[in-house]
Design a protein around this ligand. Structure first.
Ligand code: AMP
Ligand code: MG
Length: 478
């Protein structure tokens, strides 16, 4: 079947203040560098020929696909706790692709030039940072974690000035939608109550249709988004993902991981780990992410307030009660996830101690988080000092008693990745690609498509160069 573009543009039916029509600004010399065939097939875009000039032109923003009605979305957000008016400063939504399975996905070009929301930005993105987003988002997808995805990277042929001159590129981002907590903040701030209601109805219709007949739709949406965010945080913690910039504009209402700027993966287990150069106070540290998710959800609740109840006090009480459920719900799901990492198939209350004790030991002995679970699973030992600690030997004996053979192994295999996008590997791959050698990147991308144990293939733990992390920094918006 010759499947191709099948756009709807429902976002344009929303109050006009939520977006601005904006065409992508053409590049100079489009060149398609990465194209995700499997994702293209899922989207119903298998007819696109990655070698055709027309395809490169589309993904560099030089040619509009049929049915596209490009727009930039308005939103606001709390950035590091401070409220700002934002919006797509370097992205345009082409439209919503309806797939052969009748699913709806936003197709957005990121790095396609200035928009009315660019403020002082150039609307562009470097080739290296778009490669990074492609790699990280696809790795997250294959780890089984809800995320926006990457369909293509196309060079624009335009220079992008950061600290030095870089090649410019456009990433094609695929998302359930780009509705953020910050979008609700925006419409609450600048819209009428009717407009807020219309946006709430749109969001429920699109992402939570089961809530359509709820008596208190706003409260029901708050709870549903909270559930999704709790699941997402638990996933991130499971694999050691550090988002790095969990501003409210970077939190998706659909519960997907979005905005791969300064993200990184944990090597040594330490909840205080931060890699982002601008996160000096550790607001978005590895171990702080659930707390921040709750903070962001409180902001979300704030923007829904008039729809929760017309009586302000009553609305506040209802919202507060909902947010208070975050902690117990999160802890329950977090322990359940940790039991899975440890292969505990029939958890008991006492197993909480087993979890708490091992995390304390991992931190004390500066153990590699991912490799620890590999060694535990395969009965081997890494180099860390933990393996000669008596406290660990005692813990190990207790842990062994809580195992149920093959069922435990299977559980550990599906919950503990062996291969993750290690910071040093990501940097090596990007450096080589920017210098013209794509092979390191492509090899890594392929490996990361099978991050879990697989009988057919021998996988050994990844070694991390000593001290790599002590000077590793990531950057936003490059
Ligand atoms: P982020 O930190 O990526 O979430 O971006 C925060 C805000 O800055 C968003 O409104 C972006 O659209 C905007 N932004 C980031 N980089 C650029 C750029 N190069 N040009 C224009 N706007 C940008
Ligand atoms: Mg953002």
């Amino acid at each position: 079947m010759n499947q191709t573009w099948n756009f709807q543009n429902t976002y344009t039916s929303l109050p006009q203040k939520l977006f601005s029509f904006q065409d992508p600004v053409p590049g100079l010399e489009p060149k398609l560098v990465l194209f995700n065939d499997a994702l293209a097939a899922d989207l119903g875009l298998s007819s696109l020929d990655a070698n055709a000039e027309e395809t490169a032109a589309i993904f560099a923003g030089n040619l509009l696909p049929e049915g596209a009605k490009p727009l930039a979305q308005a939103y606001a957000g709390h950035q590091f706790g401070h409220f700002n008016i934002l919006g797509d400063g370097r992205a345009v939504l082409l439209g919503e692709q309806i797939t052969p399975q009748n699913e709806r996905f936003d197709i957005q070009l990121k790095g396609a030039g200035q928009t009315p929301y660019s403020r002082r930005g150039d609307g562009r993105a470097t080739f290296s940072s778009m490669l990074r987003e492609y790699l990280m988002s696809e790795a997250m997808h294959h780890l089984g974690i809800p995320t926006t995805r990457s369909l293509a990277v196309a060079k624009t042929g335009l220079p992008v000035y950061r600290e030095k001159i870089n090649e410019g590129a456009v990433l094609t981002r695929i998302a359930a939608s780009h509705i953020r907590v910050g979008t609700f903040q925006f419409i609450r701030q600048f819209g009428t109550e009717e407009e807020l209601q219309a946006f709430l109805d749109y969001t429920i219709d699109r992402h939570y249709p089961a809530l359509k007949n709820e008596e208190n739709k706003a409260l029901a949406l708050l709870k549903a988004v909270m559930d999704k965010q709790i699941d997402l945080m638990v996933h991130w913690i499971r694999v050691g993902f550090i988002h790095g910039v969990m501003n409210t504009d970077n939190m998706s209402i659909a519960g997907e991981t979005i905005d791969y700027g300064p993200c990184a993966f944990l090597n040594i287990y330490d909840p205080k780990t931060v890699f982002s150069s601008i996160d000096q106070n550790g607001r978005y540290a590895f171990g702080n992410q659930a707390l921040i998710a709750r903070w962001n959800l409180a902001v979300f609740a704030g923007s829904l307030m008039p729809l929760i109840d017309s009586d302000e006090e009553k609305a506040l009480a209802l919202a507060q009660y909902a947010i208070d459920q975050f902690h117990p719900l999160f802890m329950e799901k977090w322990y359940a996830m940790m039991y899975q990492k440890l292969g505990i198939t029939k958890p008991q209350e006492e197993d909480k101690t087993l979890v708490n004790e091992i995390l304390e030991l991992l931190e004390i002995h500066k153990v590699d988080y991912t490799n620890f679970f590999y060694h535990l699973r395969f009965g081997t030992k890494g180099k860390a000092t933990i393996y000669s600690d008596d406290t660990f030997s005692k813990w190990y004996k207790k842990w062994e008693k809580r195992q149920s053979g093959a069922a435990s192994y299977a559980m550990m295999d599906t919950n503990n990745p062996i291969l993750i996008p290690r910071n040093h590997l990501v940097e090596e791959a990007l450096d080589a690609y920017v210098k013209g050698d794509a092979s390191v990147f492509n090899d890594l991308l392929e490996q990361l498509q099978q991050p879990y144990y697989n009988e057919q293939r021998e996988t050994i733990p990844q070694l991390v160069p000593a001290d790599f992390d002590t000077c590793y920094q990531t950057f936003c918006g490059t």
